[in-house]
Design a protein around this ligand. Structure first.
Ligand code: FAD
Length: 448
């Protein structure tokens, strides 16, 4: 019998197991994970901590149910220590005992770990959020110690989601980010809407600043600027490092970003070892440069590509857009593709257009502003990226932009997208069409 071993059983690992089983009833599938839980919903953890998801079980898939449903064997608390690819064997430790397991196909989905800087004075009231164990530690601290104030370090999506959710738990929050604005995937003019919204919601924002050290049992934070902040707890959300050590030690190739290099069907340089998820690097759809994007959609798609390949069908990944979507209090922030900053860094020519639209017809109650920005190729007019921020309807507009980019549409095409009209949902010219008209005019003028 064909034997498939999967390292990591969450976003990518559990999904690839389920996808393989869809078409392959016979192979033996083994999942090894060093944590105590598999297939949990990382993306749901902030909302459990904020109290919106009320039951812990809702973010955790029962190990037994998963094993039974997909006929897979699962070992939790099983830390893989090394891989001998010549012998097609993985070595792992469980309960301090060594084990080994051979394989025909090995799939790596070890994810990434949250960066925890080694700062002077750091104490156990500083947390990261990556695993269920992390979530439980934060929950226990909040319920037992009843903190009143929190500092969140890092204004990426995990930091922003946690600010909102800690605020919902009644904590007064400070957010510290080393950039001029939060969320570096947004251009500054778009990010400033998020900064303002955070402040409107009572978040103390420290931009262009960095946490240097702690004192007073980890409750006084000293910033680079000389400012101090009082916080009963700190969430460190300053980024992640892909877990590549196993792959590297096994002699698998890493890419330019430091993540595992794979081909278009997600094979490493050893064709019997595939890799996916936060640990791998792909190629950016627009720039064609190596890109490390740590999000759940790519992990799920990559799982499908691997399962198909094992089943004899070649579906090639043609690049990653990094579409992402999150909420900050009442705002939805939706981003796809490139922005002015990233294109400037790569010396890729572009034009940018911003437009203020509305979620739906102004005469129907509840119409809300939408801030939109796109970047496009100045010659062909083809879309290169976009972001949409608003209280309603931002997600669907970004989804249209992401589809347009994938379909290689131009700004002119945006004017001709028949997106459907009803005053409750849109306008007779949708915000996307209006953005298209504005960009089309600019583009035509520049090329006339
Ligand atoms: P993971 O899901 O992290 O799984 C990796 C697993 O490998 C872990 O369980 C780890 O224990 C195990 N492992 C590692 N090394 C070993 C070893 N040596 N031996 C055995 N096991 C090992 N993405 C979105 O698209 N949208 C969101 O809204 C979103 N929200 C998020 C919120 C939070 C708080 C976090 C942390 C992430 C969020 N993400 C979101 C990102 C998304 O969860 C990841 O992209 C996805 O889980 C990646 O899957 P993965 O399999 O690569 O890694």
């Amino acid at each position: 019998v064909n034997k498939i071993v999967i390292i990591g059983g969450v976003g990518g690992g559990a999904t690839v197991a389920a996808q393989i089983r869809r078409t392959d009833p016979d192979s033996e599938i083994h999942i090894l994970d060093r944590c105590g839980y598999i297939s949990f919903a990382n993306c749901g953890m902030p909302y459990y901590l904020g109290g919106e998801i009320t039951e812990r079980d809702r973010v955790i898939y029962s190990e037994n149910d998963f094993a039974e449903k997909y006929n897979v064997s699962i070992e939790t608390y099983a830390e893989v220590t090394h891989i001998e690819k010549e012998k097609k064997t993985v070595f792992f430790e469980k309960n301090n005992k060594p084990y080994e397991m051979d394989y025909d196909t090995l799939i790596l989905s070890p994810g990434a770990r949250a960066i925890m800087p080694d700062l002077q004075g750091i104490q156990s009231n500083t947390f990261t959020l990556r695993t269920i164990e992390d979530m439980d530690r934060i929950e226990a601290f909040i319920s037992e110690k009843q903190p009143k104030t929190a500092a969140v370090i890092g204004g990426g999506f995990v930091g922003l989601e946690m600010v909102e959710n800690l605020h919902k738990r009644g904590l007064q929050c400070s957010l510290i980010d080393h950039s001029e604005h939060v969320m570096k995937r947004l251009d500054p003019d778009m990010a400033s809407h998020v900064d303002e919204h955070l402040m409107e919601n009572g978040v103390e924002l420290y931009l262009n600043d960095k946490l240097k050290s702690y004192s007073n049992h980890g409750t006084t934070l000293h910033l680079q600027s000389g400012k101090t902040i009082k916080a009963d707890m700190t969430l460190m959300a300053v980024g992640i490092t892909p877990n590549v050590e196993l792959a590297k030690d096994a002699g698998l190739e890493l890419g330019e970003t430091g993540a595992i290099k794979v081909n278009k069907v997600m094979q490493t340089n050893d064709p019997s070892i595939y890799a996916l998820g936060d640990a791998v690097e792909e190629v950016d759809f627009i720039t064609k440069k190596p890109a490390h994007v740590a999000l759940a959609w790519p992990a799920h798609r990559q799982a499908f590509v691997i399962a198909s390949h094992l089943n004899g069908e070649t579906i090639q990944r043609d690049g990653i857009l990094g579409s992402s979507l999150f909420r900050v209090f009442d705002l939805t922030v939706a981003i796809t593709g490139q922005n002015s900053q990233s294109l400037n860094e790569l010396n890729i020519p572009f034009n940018a257009v911003t437009s203020k639209g509305f979620s739906h017809a102004g005469y129907y109650p509840g119409s809300e502003k939408l801030w939109m920005k796109i970047v496009y190729d100045p010659k062909s007019g083809q879309l290169l990226g976009g972001s949409v921020i608003g209280k309603k309807g931002a997600d669907k507009r970004m989804a249209v932009l992401a589809t347009a980019i994938k379909g290689k549409l131009t700004v002119d095409d945006l004017t001709d997208l028949e997106l459907g009209y009803n005053p409750i949902y849109s306008s007779s010219k949708d915000a996307i069409n209006i953005l298209g008209y504005k960009a089309r005019e600019q583009w035509k003028k520049a090329n006339s």
